[in-house]
Design a protein around this ligand. Sequence first.
Ligand code: KG4
Ligand code: ZN
Length: 356
Amino acid sequence: MDGEEIILGIETSCDETSAALVQGGRRILANVISSQVDLHAVYGGVVPELASRRHVELIVPVVERAFQDAGLTFADVDAVAVTCGPGLVGALLVGLSYAKAVALARGVPLVGVHHTAAHIYANLLAYPELEPPFLSLVVSGGHTSLIYVRAHGAYDLLGQTVDDAAGEALDKIARALGLGYPGGPAIEKLAREGNPEALPLPRAVVRDHPLDFSFSGLKTAVLNYLNQLAQRGEEPNRADIAASLQAAVVDALVERTLAAAELTGARRIALAGGVAANGRLREVLTGRAAEQGVRVFLPPPVLCTDNAAMVACAGYWYLRHGLMAPLSLNAFANLPLGAERGWGKAGEKKTARAGK
Ligand code: KG4
Ligand code: ZN
């Protein structure tokens, strides 16, 4: 390994078909993201069967486009990294099967990447100077987790949501407000015109688990409020609701993250996941952390939402640390973070390129 390996990254865990080529773990040569938002918008959420079928149609043209953008061919690829869980199994299987075919045909290593790990690694793409150990807050449509990244591929889960993910709560309330899917960006836009203190919303704490999150009470509170207004025949002030909701979610996230930084002594926090694109979260977390002398890393929004460049970046570091996967790798709806460590040796034997 000379440190300049080119990794083909593949991401199909939910409703984005994405392929990327990343060199040396930090140089993005191509990052093609084909969103299925329009396909699912009419249903107010992702329909798994439709997502899988769309991935099957898109995976080949999306990868071809990535090679065109980068001016490369399959012969230039040193390893294939693919999201293998958690996510929609039917959707994951499309990317995984494709990645295996490339690894087999080219005789290059296959690297299986946990979706949350990939989100964390978006930070290493944006900030090449960032190296473990650091603390990460991963907030997406499926996850809300506080993770201490001890070393490459080694994670300590400090806290997580006990019910809805932050993005899921935003998406569900946005749907109730008639804002469409995905809800997060719509809530953020509308919140700019609203008063964040208009609606007193609960800031739930999880008993005996101060670093865990709970967002279902928040969701219920907003839905109840909307029902009460409807019964009285009153129109909701949607901007005030959006602003109050966003403030409550951001408060919960920032408070736990700073508590985790204090507990672990971490001086660096890497923000990750789709909700990390939220301007208020970025601003409040950065400001509050600075007061404690902690630096916050913020990937650009395009690297916060699902994309394959972050998968390729994680794949690069996993490859360097011998965390390859066997060609028998499966897709997982649920997968513990760090499971990649267990695949290491088997993967090395079965997928390492002959003579390398
Ligand atoms: O990471 P991601 O693209 O997919 C998952 O792995 O879930 O995250 C999608 C989530 C959705 O819930 C979406 O509403 C939320 O991220 N999101 C945002 C923003 N952009 C995307 N939430 C708040 N503010 C945003 N600007
Ligand atoms: Zn994601």
